[in-house]
Design a protein. Structure first.
Lengths: 342, 523
């Protein structure tokens, strides 16, 4: 256990240093804006834990981020620069909603798994398309995933406005899904989705799959050197495509669990760019599944904390965008260990 | 005079024959000592080879002369004066020109533009005078008889021609002392011969040349004197005429080395054909023929060597046999099984071991660990899985065994493969492929870029496999390697197999003739 622990510490040391440095620099900034910098910072970081309600919102925020980040980990490990998390998320969310509404007469025990699987599969298909295009036709995946984001967003917008729209409600939202298939809340945290447990378990499962199975080793071989993978007899193209299917599926699952656990309907603007933030989480975790869970929790805390901070002080919540930028900058321009030691 | 001991400095300073004299040069990077103690005398107008294994300190020494590094100790005496070479500009001002192993040319510019890059002749101080530049380039080319077109863009030149542009670039600075850093590493055998001709021409014009290499054949062919460096120390300086390749090899490695492989005369018996190619042809996407009706047979216990200048279809032949590129016509059989359309994994199961020609391209994933690289084709066979998951302890001990067995230096199972030296990476690839004890070993350019010690090791492993009754198909553009190891020698030219010769009837002349596309006389 001891080597595993030291290994873990080694993995998180650099991101942790970057996070602390970002918070320190951010504090200077906050101090220049407001008379109550300590209060603002306390709210930013700790208001999430003030009440059980706040804590639940925090976990609800972390759930989709974790799942999308895990998807990004799979695709990046396979060498695919997948920036299509947002589209995959929306495809999953809207498909789950459609299936749930259309199958409302089915028993919950059938409908719930059906809706979740449909969401996963929808995301998987959206991941599969750029995967196949990259492997078979060498089409750049950044272009295809970005374009698919827009396509999927427009399709869901059409569905939400024209097909499944709740005509009694204001805005582009669908009818509610039957409450028999709502996810139960987490034990002891009434308003938190149990989807978070799924995300946490999947983070561990992802790590095992990627780092402790031959399939995972083959995916990583294909991702780091496709021609090497081919020369060792790995069906490299197939591995890349299946990694993209899983990546899309996980983002789709994020959408499915959001609808069933939090939103209970499809809302056209339910995502504050979860796709991009999830990507950032994965990158900050250096494309590591367990690390992604940690960075997703951190991001969720910041996103929600900024709202509390804005309410209680005069610091705008967009400070978080600034801190995010700083963090990414510090992570990419990581200080050399030698310099830290000195 | 078999060994020239360094004379006291005062004597050197008065000796007009010595252009460069190094005494007690030492250099360390942090804790690591790259050079311990190097003495070197270079006589005016000689070709002096610096010979040593990879990592012996040759490049560090040359970088000190080129002004890139500063020595920690020792003195440099140039033309009788003690000098400090502060930077590369100072080096060229002192008349030291360096030709690096990796070219520093602009492909889209012409030969003349490259020669005068950054110091073009000017008109009115601002406009570059293209005519004068071309004239001066032409004059320079003519003076050294280099057969280059000053107006040709560099991207249209062959590697050998590019190297001559690099050499001219150094000469254009009026370098008295020209340093060639591993100039043959990137050249094909005929280009090496041309380069040796070029070096001879420069010597005839009174230039002094320091020639860095670790290839013994070149030492004998090119040099007047040779200095061997081992582990950062100068071991010996001798007249090339007085020493044998084996002497130099012994100094480089520090022990007797085995340079001759299989004797062609020994009568050996072979088993049934393990690999049979029957009129195999391959065409690329644009319809160009890459392989033209290749037929061959490799029998159990036999090494079939395929010689040829790089780019004559050897790569494609290997990819066809490995199943990485599809063939359009012909049959590929492993034993009695037709595997023409099988993928690589099926061929592995049928007994193929494949060492690709470029370890960085197909051989390894440099960002993955040593353990994962060496296990890549062996997870099931070596029993590294338990309950469907990779057993880390078994993986590490498996990798540890391979590291010891193949003497992969500087490696732990968790080390990134990319941190190893070229020779140790190659050992890793070979360790992985030999682990399955393949009945057919397809091994391409096995010692490219490797030093003597590592080459010797790899050669021994290849012969060992053949002696255990495995069939070996060796593809190499290194003729000495082909001759040392092969029982039969095939020569490829322009996608065709010119001839397959018995070792006894193959001599360098015949093979060289076929490599250049000579007709299939007596075929």
């Amino acid at each position: 256990m001891a080597p595993a622990l030291s290994n873990f510490l080694r993995v998180i040391r650099a991101p942790l240093a970057a996070i602390l440095l970002t918070l320190a620099l951010g504090f200077l900034l906050v101090a220049s804006i407001t008379d109550e910098p300590v209060r603002a910072y306390r709210d930013l970081l700790l208001a999430n834990f003030d009440s059980l309600g706040n804590f639940a919102l925090f976990l609800n925020r972390a759930t989709p981020l974790t799942l999308i980040a895990l998807g990004v980990v799979f695709s990046f490990r396979a060498g695919v620069f997948n920036v299509g998390g947002e589209g995959q998320l929306y495809a999953g969310a809207v498909t789950t909603t459609v299936v749930a509404i259309a199958g409302a007469s089915l028993p919950a025990l059938v409908l719930m798994p059906l809706a979740i699987i449909a969401g996963f599969l929808a995301g998987a298909v959206v991941g599969w398309i750029p995967g196949v295009l990259k492997v078979r036709l060498a089409v750049d995946e950044v272009v295809t995933t970005l374009m698919l984001n827009i396509i999927i967003l427009l399709i869901t917008s059409w569905l939400a406005n024209q097909v499944i729209r709740d005509t009694t409600a204001y805005g582009a939202v669908s009818w509610m899904v039957p409450n028999s298939i709502w996810l139960p809340p987490l034990p002891f945290v009434p308003r938190a989705t149990s989807g978070f447990l799924v995300a946490a378990v999947l983070a561990v499962v992802s790590w095992i799959v990627l780092f402790r199975t031959q399939w995972g080793a083959e995916v990583r071989a294909a991702g780091t050197n496709l021609r090497f993978a081919e020369a060792t007899g790995v069906p490299a193209a197939r591995r890349v495509i299946s990694a993209m299917v899983i990546a899309g599926g996980l983002a789709g699952l994020a959408g499915a669990l959001y609808v069933l656990g939090v939103g209970h309907r499809f809302e056209q603007n339910f995502s504050p760019s979860y796709g991009l933030v999830g990507l950032t989480c994965a990158l900050l975790a250096r494309v590591h599944p367990i690390g992604s869970l940690a960075t997703a929790l951190f991001y969720a805390a910041m996103l929600n904390g900024a709202a509390y901070m804005q309410i209680s002080t005069d610091v705008p919540r967009s400070l978080v965008n600034l801190l995010t930028g700083l963090l990414v900058l510090l992570m990419t321009a990581r200080l050399r260990r030698a310099a830290q030691a000195a | 005079m078999p060994t020239s001991k360094r004379a006291p400095e005062s004597v050197l300073m008065s000796d007009p024959d010595i252009i460069l004299s190094l005494a007690g040069i030492a250099k360390s990077f942090g804790e690591k000592a790259a050079l311990g103690h190097v003495d070197l005398d270079v006589r005016r107008g000689e070709v002096h080879v610096i010979c040593g294994e990879n990592g012996a300190g040759k490049s560090t020494l040359m970088n000190i002369l080129a002004g890139i590094h500063q020595p920690n100790a020792g003195s440099i005496v140039l033309n009788g004066k003690t000098v400090t070479i502060a930077d590369p500009i100072a080096a060229s001002r002192l008349g030291i020109g360096m030709v690096h192993q990796h070219f520093t040319l602009v492909p889209s510019m012409t030969v003349a533009e490259n020669l005068f890059l950054g110091r073009q002749p000017r008109r009115l101080g601002i406009f570059s005078d293209r005519r004068q530049m071309a004239d001066r380039a032409r004059e320079l080319i003519a003076r050294y008889n280099f057969h280059l077109d000053p107006e040709a863009p560099v991207r249209t030149l062959s590697v050998g021609q590019r190297q001559r542009v690099e050499i001219l670039k150094a000469l254009a600075f009026d370098a008295d002392l020209l340093i060639l850093d591993e100039p043959t590493a990137v050249l094909t055998p005929p280009e090496v011969d041309e380069l040796i001709g070029v070096v001879d021409g420069l010597r005839a014009r009174g230039r002094t040349i320091l020639f860095i290499t670790h290839k013994l054949r070149e030492v004998k062919a090119v040099s007047d004197r040779v200095t061997v460096i081992r582990r950062g120390r100068s071991i010996s300086t001798r007249n090339t005429a007085d020493v044998t390749e084996a002497d130099i090899g012994r100094d480089m490695v520090g022990r007797e080395v085995f340079l001759v492989g299989r004797k062609g005369s020994a009568q050996r018996s072979f088993g049934a054909p393990v690999l049979t190619l029957d009129n195999v042809s391959m065409t690329n996407h644009s319809g160009r023929r890459l392989l033209e009706r290749i037929s061959l047979e490799v029998r159990a216990g036999e090494v079939l060597g395929i010689a040829g200048v790089d780019g004559n279809g050897q790569t494609e032949l290997a990819e066809a046999i490995a199943g990485l590129m599809p063939v359009q016509a012909g049959k590929i059989r492993f034993g009695d099984r037709d595997l023409t359309d099988a993928d690589l994994r099926e061929r592995q199961q049928a007994g193929l071991g494949f060492v690709p020609e470029d370890r960085l391209d197909r051989g390894l994933s440099v960002t993955m660990s040593v353990a994962e690289n060496v296990a890549a084709t062996n997870y099931k066979r070596a029993g590294l899985l338990s309950g469907g998951l990779i057993d880390r302890h078994k993986l590490d001990s498996f990798a540890g065994d391979k590291i010891r067995e193949f003497d992969v230096r500087g490696a732990q199972p968790s080390t990134q493969a990319g941190w190893l030296s070229g020779g140790n990476m190659q050992k890793l690839v070979i360790a992985r492929e030999l682990e399955r004890d393949p009945s057919l070993l397809l091994i391409c350019q096995p010692t490219r870029g490797l030093d003597i010690g590592a080459s010797e090791f790899v050669h021994a492993r290849i012969l060992q496999a053949a002696d255990r009754g495995r069939a070996v198909l060796l593809i190499s553009s290194e003729l000495s390697e082909i001759f040392a190891l092969s029982d039969r020698i095939g020569v490829m030219y322009s996608g065709r197999m010119m001839r397959i010769l018995d070792r006894a009837e193959a001599d360098e002349e015949t093979v060289g003739y076929l490599m250049n596309g000579g007709s299939k006389e007596a075929a």
